[in-house]
Design a protein around this ligand. Sequence first.
Ligand SMILES: CC(C)(COP(=O)(O)OP(=O)(O)OC[C@H]1O[C@@H](n2cnc3c(N)ncnc32)[C@H](O)[C@@H]1OP(=O)(O)O)[C@@H](O)C(=O)NCCC(=O)NCCSC(=O)C[C@H](O)C(=O)O
Ligand SMILES: [Mg+2]
Length: 284
Amino acid sequence: MDTAFRPYRSVLYIPGSKERALDKARGLACDAIIFDLEDAVTPDAKGEARETLKAALAQDGYGERAKIIRINGLDTDWGADDVRVLKDAKAHAMLLPKVNSVADVEALDALMGETMDIWCMIETPLGVFNALEIAAHPRVKGFVAGTNDLAKELNCRNRADRLPMMFALQQMLLAARAYGVICVDGVYNQYLDEEGLAAECEQGRDLGFDGKTLIHPAQVEGANRAFAPSDAEVDLAKRQIAAHEEIEKTGQGVAVVDGKIVENLHVETAKKTLAKAEAIARMA
Ligand SMILES: CC(C)(COP(=O)(O)OP(=O)(O)OC[C@H]1O[C@@H](n2cnc3c(N)ncnc32)[C@H](O)[C@@H]1OP(=O)(O)O)[C@@H](O)C(=O)NCCC(=O)NCCSC(=O)C[C@H](O)C(=O)O
Ligand SMILES: [Mg+2]
């Protein structure tokens, strides 16, 4: 199933072991769900969580939300069984944690059927440096920044401006954009701090991320707001497209809107803004 042409403003992690949360998500306004079998599930609960998740996906009821299964690494005791049990589940993608190189993707590809896309957590130093070759793999359709693991690996301090991991975030974004791969920002751990989340979403949007991964339902609304085109952006996009169409009729290529030039490339961006707004409207 295709994971492109959808909004990914809010991508909510749900522990695969928590039946109540799996059920609650059916009524939440998130654009996508990551059903987690990795960090949110303790080792002794892995087998049961896998079966709980399989049953929840068979029951479905998640509507238009993109469904992404985060399995355990293939170098763990659980990864291969996760794939075996869930490869035919009704989901859009399988998310592989701690991807270091394209060889990790190839190993998953060899175990999976054809029905799901592959998404990759970029959260290790090697994963960051190899992001370009990972994004180039034809089955890879999404990247998720693992900012907790990145902070651990970097031994960096947790700063509001995320300066210590800026290189890594930008490198994964560039690689994703080079190959048309969706790229979603990491989580904001203080899940009840609305102001802090809003600031980090704003930064993520400024950088170019498609949306933010979330850990609690209270974060959904803030992410949806931050990553949707605003009314002013939609209005500007429409005016830019119209002004450029008009100027083209006169044989010229450069229009001016609100004192700023509008060329072909700006029209492309404006069209993307409208397409995103339409995709969001379809989610409602
Ligand atoms: C953070 C939590 C442990 C908080 O749980 P809890 O105290 O139970 O929250 P609330 O009582 O406020 O919950 C209120 C209701 O909302 C439901 N709920 C809670 N979380 C979720 C969720 N994620 N999805 C859906 N529904 C959720 C509760 O069931 C309550 O429902 P109800 O009883 O009907 O009112 C908890 O939120 C949690 O476990 N969050 C997910 C944590 C997680 O997935 N972590 C792993 C991903 S993060 C990561 O690994 C990132 C990456 O790899 C990296 O390196 O950075
Ligand atoms: Mg991680």
